[in-house]
Design a protein around this ligand. Structure first.
Ligand code: HXC
Ligand code: NAP
Length: 292
């Protein structure tokens, strides 16, 4: 039985860490991580830094990324630059990439992890609600990838990992906005892998399953007990943790995956195949407004 790497629920660094990969795997690399101040993005930043990487973590809230950066630097001794960026706003993104390049002189890795989500039936979703999620997840991923390509990757190569989801594989209830947005990102992954491969840029997607200690699970997973029950019906019979996702992202971002591009790596304990997709939830959610 494979051993589960430990994790903590909060946006805190791990109290102790045992390397499974070589500790120098990302030595002196620089990673630009959107959504790096919380949840899965925070743990990706930590695990990268524990493997020698410096990071730039960005999200809308400067206090959030600044607090996160302090914790990350204290735990790992690597450098971390926190910046306020709305990935929907290209000038924001351009200014942040310029600032990161000024600080570090290069960027080797981009992790597109910023996202927005909530449960809502398609019939009650306002035009703006659908657009907002597509703007953050899909357009945001394009904006940051495009800017980094222009400002650095085109001439130096690079690695992009897009954090997506398995929602669209079966058509998950109450998730038309996020499922559509993430499916478009998976398509973007393949298009960019094909177009940018000749510049030595690898582009891959990674789709987590239900991951404990995250805003995603707090919003979508229901009460802790019902989540664990739901996960019992998945092949590995449990939710995943943030460290497990970060390890798989580390693999994709590192030279271990030097010949891997254009793929979707699903890291979900097999849950997308068997986890309940309960149409009765639509009835339970009849309180949703139908405002357009
Ligand atoms: C229906 C909603 C809604 C809800 C917002 N809206 N929340 N509609 N149900 N629960 C509608 C609003 O009414 C508005 O439409 C539109 O969405 C935009 O809302 P704003 O609050 O103005 O948007 P904004 O401030 O840009 O915030 C974006 C957000 C917010 C997505 C709505 O929740 C956010 O900032 N989220 C970031 C964190 C997050 O979501 N993390 C979880 C990621 S997990 P109207 O028509 O009224 O103007 C994840 C997991 C995937 O992605 C897979 C899991 C298995
Ligand atoms: P999270 O902590 O809420 O992460 C989302 C991050 O995106 C936040 O740090 C948020 O910070 C940032 N963000 C949101 N809108 C932004 C914007 N417009 N510009 C810049 N940054 C923005 O949630 P999480 O659950 O860890 O999710 C992380 C990623 O994993 C997401 O891509 C999600 O879709 C994916 N995922 C999660 C799960 C899960 O079980 N949790 C499952 C499948 C996929 P600010 O609010 O400060 O901007």
């Amino acid at each position: 039985m494979a051993q589960l790497p430990p994790d903590v629920e909060e946006d805190d660094c791990l109290p102790e860490y045992h390397h499974l990969f070589c500790p120098d795997l990302l030595k002196d690399k620089v990673a630009f991580i959107t959504g790096g101040g919380s949840g899965i993005g925070f743990r990706i930043a930590e695990i990268f830094m524990r493997h020698g990487c410096h990071t730039v973590i960005v999200s809308r809230s400067l206090p959030r990324v600044s607090t996160a950066a302090e914790k990350l630097v204290a735990a790992t001794g690597k450098r971390c630059l926190p910046l306020s960026v709305d990935v929907r706003v290209p000038p924001d993104v351009m200014a942040a990439v310029d600032q990161a390049l000024k600080e570090f002189g290069k960027i080797d890795i981009l992790i597109n992890c910023a996202a927005g989500n909530f449960l809502c039936p398609a019939s009650a979703l306002s035009f703006n609600a659908f657009k907002t999620v597509v703007d953050i997840d899909t357009i945001g991923t394009f904006n940051v990838s495009r800017v980094l390509y222009e400002k650095f990757f085109r001439d130096h190569g690079g690695v992009i990992v897009n954090i997506t989801a398995t929602l669209s594989m079966r058509g998950q209830v109450l998730q038309v906005h996020a499922g559509t947005a993430k499916a478009a990102v998976d398509a973007m992954t393949r298009h960019m892998a094909v177009e940018w491969g000749p510049q030595n840029i690898r582009v891959n997607s990674l789709a987590p399953g239900p991951i404990t200690g995250t805003e995603g699970i707090r919003r979508l997973g229901g009460p802790q007990a019902s989540l664990r029950l739901k996960c019992l019906s998945s092949p590995l019979q449990r939710p995943g943790n943030k460290t497990e996702i970060a390890h798989s992202v580390l693999y994709l971002a590192s030279p271990l995956a030097s010949y891997v591009t254009g793929i979707l790596l699903v890291v979900d304990g097999g849950s997308w195949m068997t986890i309940p997709n309960n149409v009765n939830q639509l009835v339970e959610s009849e309180t949703f407004s139908a405002k357009l």
